[in-house]
Write a protein that binds this ligand. Structure first.
Ligand SMILES: NC(=O)C1=CN([C@@H]2O[C@H](COP(=O)(O)OP(=O)(O)OC[C@H]3O[C@@H](n4cnc5c(N)ncnc54)[C@H](O)[C@@H]3O)[C@@H](O)[C@H]2O)[C@@H](O)CC1
Ligand SMILES: [K+]
Length: 497
């Protein structure tokens, strides 16, 4: 599990630690870890060409001290100072003493075996300044190692206002920063290396799961398991207008670890023809047999209102998606007020906007917020990352539900303030119906006994891996391909232990 902390949290933890340690200790720890990673990347330090890009703050200080260590081991180190009069004095003196030299020759960037990006770290304000921008655009041959954060990436949100330096490796100090885990920042960070500098930060702002976490979370049938003990997931999806959504949600649910899938709705015949292992009922959730979790809404069209009401009235977890979300936005958060079992909402950006608009609904003061049931567009994710984090948090708190906000980096937030971001996403998943597969999958994990945060984040993780697996070699994928690749995704996470 990777934990990330905001700049504010890092600064507070650093201040607390620095008060107990001799001055400069943290920077030396950071520089030692940074130099060790650079040495590993170079293989042979002696005779290698290293270029330092040093800004005016402590990020530049880290880079200069690390470069001094490399110079001490025989690397030919040169440094470009972006603001020479404000460069870190101690770091610069150390580099000079070790034989490093200053340069203003930009071609050094292109020639270096390794570039240390110490332009700016957690002190970044706004987009990269003009004098730094040319490095983001320059050609280079060697490895780029970002110090703490790739310069130009907002450490808290992952936003890139304009350009940023693309790193092969980012060496971060004390804890990961959210911007390294969230796109677009994540795509600039390369491989992440954490250097322990003794920081003890509080509860993380953002957490990211890794393969071993998934392997520990995913259900394994025991010797006593039968299909009912493994959980039955009810899927209320599909309509005359969108029968395919029923098939896709069921396809996801069948690969989610529940012991059985119970489909309820108008597409019963198609579902059982395609997936004969499914239990089917033509009615609505109230008339169906017992389930351990409901998935409501994919392609439900006009049937969404009744299905949602009946599913919410039960005391099992309910996952609401698509037309179910449009209906929930119309009703507002009061529709969930009496629930004792968890609710999971899986909006894309357009649905999230409807849910936000729905915050005034249902309390007698707001206008109904729905913008047309049955609408299956608006799945884009161009909203800034920072806004997406805030949106997920706000919806989770206001609706008292776990919210999985789909996008290039899917964000999962709980009403209690936990936030996870999914690291496995791929743009190949931006394909019609892939959200329906995700809903079925997450509902199935809920029925199998995972809590709402774990079910939603494990589903996003597996779904992303399955998307990558299906698109292997650069082929376009369909939602059914993603569902079919889910078993491979399970095997992948279980193979790493
Ligand atoms: N505070 C600490 O205890 C520690 C800090 N460390 C390092 O110190 C860094 C933070 O240092 P600072 O607080 O000095 O801040 P930074 O060095 O990250 O940035 C501040 C400087 O960058 C310039 N700057 C700000 N935004 C910019 C932009 N968009 N484009 C170009 N330049 C910009 C500012 O003029 C300012 O002088 C961390 O990222 C980490 O690398 C580490 O040494 C570990 C310990
Ligand atoms: K940096």
């Amino acid at each position: 599990m990777r934990h990330a902390h905001t700049v504010g949290q890092v600064r507070a933890a650093e201040a607390e630690l620095m008060a107990r340690l001799p001055g400069g200790t943290l920077m030396q720890r950071a520089a030692a870890g940074l130099a060790a990673t650079c040495a590993r990347l170079l293989g042979r330090v002696y005779g290698s060409r290293v270029l330092v890009l040093a800004g005016s703050g402590d990020n530049g200080g880290d880079a200069l001290y690390a470069a001094a260590r490399l110079a001490g081991r025989g690397a030919a180190v040169s440094a470009i100072l972006l603001a020479p009069e404000k460069a870190h004095a101690g770091g610069l003196a150390a580099l000079r003493a070790a034989g490093g030299r200053l340069t203003s020759d930009l071609s050094a960037f292109e020639r270096a075996d390794l570039v240390l990006d110490g332009i700016v770290g957690i002190g970044a304000r706004g987009g990269l300044r003009p004098e730094a921008q040319r490095f983001a655009r320059a050609e280079r041959r060697g490895v780029v190692v970002a110090v703490d954060v790739p310069s130009g990436v907002d450490p808290d949100s992952g936003e890139v206002a304009g350009v940023a330096l693309r790193a092969d490796v980012t060496v971060c100090f004390g804890t990961y920063k959210p911007g390294l885990l969230i796109d677009p920042g994540a795509s600039y960070a390369g491989a992440l290396q954490l250097v322990d500098i003794g920081l003890e930060p509080p509860r993380p702002a953002v957490t990211v799961l890794q393969h071993p976490d998934l392997a520990a979370l995913l259900p394994v049938p025991s010797a006593e398991s039968d299909k009912y003990r493994r959980g039955v997931v009810g899927v209320a999806a599909g309509s005359a207008r969108y029968p395919g959504a029923a098939l896709l949600a069921v396809a996801g649910a069948l690969r989610g670890g529940a012991g059985a899938v119970r489909y309820v709705g108008t597409a019963a015949e198609e579902v059982v023809r395609r997936f004969p292992e499914t239990l089917v009922t033509e009615g609505s959730p109230a008339g169906a047999g017992r389930v351990q979790a409901w998935v409501v809404g994919p392609g439900s069209g006009d049937g969404a209102a009744r299905a949602l009401q009946e599913a919410l009235a039960g005391q099992v977890p309910v996952l609401v998606d698509a037309d179910g979300l449009t209906e929930l936005a119309r009703l507002g958060p009061t529709a969930l007020a009496g629930r004792t079992a968890p609710t999971v909402l899986t909006p894309h950006t357009g649905e999230a906007a409807r849910l936000l608009a729905g915050l005034g609904a249902g309390d007698g003061t707001g206008e109904p917020a729905g913008t047309g049931a049955g609408q299956r567009d608006g799945g884009g994710s161009r909203e800034p990352a920072e806004a997406r984090l805030a949106t997920a948090r706000r919806l989770a708190e206001a609706y008292g539900a776990t919210v999985l906000l789909k996008g290039s980096t899917t964000v999962i937030a709980t009403p209690g303030g936990d936030v996870r971001v999914n690291p496995t996403g791929t743009s190949w998943l931006a394909t019609a119906g892939s959200g329906d597969v995700l809903s079925g999958l997450a509902g199935s994990l809920l029925a199998a006994g995972l809590g709402p945060l774990d079910a939603a984040s494990a589903a996003a993780y597996l779904h992303g891996l399955a998307g990558r697996e299906a698109a292997r070699g650069g082929a376009p994928v369909t939602a059914l391909d993603v569902a079919a690749a889910l078993p491979a995704a399970w095997r992948t996470v279980r193979s790493v232990h």
